[in-house]
Design a protein around this ligand. Sequence first.
Ligand SMILES: Cc1cc2nc3c(=O)[nH]c(=O)nc-3n(C[C@H](O)[C@H](O)[C@H](O)COP(=O)(O)OP(=O)(O)OC[C@H]3O[C@@H](n4cnc5c(N)ncnc54)[C@H](O)[C@@H]3O)c2cc1C
Length: 350
Amino acid sequence: MQVDTIIVGQGLCGSFLSWQLINAGQSVMVIDANKFNSATKVASGVINPVTGRRIVKTWEIDVLMPYAVEAYQRFGVAIGTSLIQQCNVLDFHATPQNKLAFEERLLKEPDYLTRTDDSVWERFFHINFGIGEINPCWLIQLDALLVGWRKKLMAQNALTETVFKFEDCTISPNGIEWNNLKAKQLIFCDGTDGLSNPYFSLLPFASNKGEALIVSIPDLPRECIYKQGISIVPWKDGLFWIGSTYEWTYQDLNPTQAFRDKTIQQLNNWLKLPYDIVDHLASERPANVERRPFVGCHPIHPNIGILNGMGTKGCSLAPYFAHQLTDYLLEGKPIHPLADVQRFKNILSR
Ligand SMILES: Cc1cc2nc3c(=O)[nH]c(=O)nc-3n(C[C@H](O)[C@H](O)[C@H](O)COP(=O)(O)OP(=O)(O)OC[C@H]3O[C@@H](n4cnc5c(N)ncnc54)[C@H](O)[C@@H]3O)c2cc1C
């Protein structure tokens, strides 16, 4: 069997890349191990255009967000289910400083910020220093995307569920051979497994662990995301996702009692409604030191590529950079210089 491209990984990156390549008329084989705790399976799926204590716009968001919104809408049509809805973040100010920062930003650069009527939320939450609204934010149905696209790929005989092992693969300038499959190129969308990928492990990955509780809160409205240190995000099956942490040193990817205890304490101080914990998840974000994605082809092996390093922002970055990588592979169009993996040419040529 022969395809144009083998893609390793069907998380957010591998899903968008395979979708874009197929739309452009290419044949693909996606190899995915179906890890139960991949980043995409544990993520809450929020696109929030601002970040940090100073509530500044995130990198390139004015370009990334409109592109992402349209891409999720089109992807949803392709798999026959809605994948995106507007779901603004209500930012509950925990301190007077938080409130001041929001007010200052609202005066100087009001993009994406609005005021909200606090009194509406007094029935549901203890409110300390008011609430600001981040508008628009978007919520992605990541589970529906992964499941729906996997079914489509399987129906086209374009997905193999197994672990890709490097010893099963021969790479030469003439092409790729993996088991009995031949391809012109091989693209890695392997998330945090990129750290042990012999072609790309020298990239400055800096993965971090995040946990979330899955909680039933029957009386809480589902049209907003609520944030005060932790976020409460509408999740599948009528539940809410509550998290998260950023752990830089950890022994394993198991959910921890410490996170559970701390989150329960925060919830009890904030939420006025009864709730039930139904699950506890943990995963690793494929983050990196520069907080910019890894997109493009290996400087020595031009038929081997990567789409990775999305960190905390995969939902907004993956659609746009899968598109840029597709244009680069098919038409040689340039990749954003701060995302192009060629910026690590010297390191990757060692
Ligand atoms: C707790 C948490 C909350 C998050 N919340 C958000 C959020 O609200 N918004 C946001 O934008 N981002 C969020 N993120 C980040 C987001 O999840 C990631 O940026 C994104 O999902 C990364 O997608 P990926 O495809 O690179 O990796 P992954 O989703 O990890 O996919 C990698 C895939 O590769 C496969 N794979 C790896 N190695 C092999 C191999 N050798 N053989 C076969 N298959 C292989 C795995 O099975 C997996 O399916 C969150 C992350 C976490 C952990």
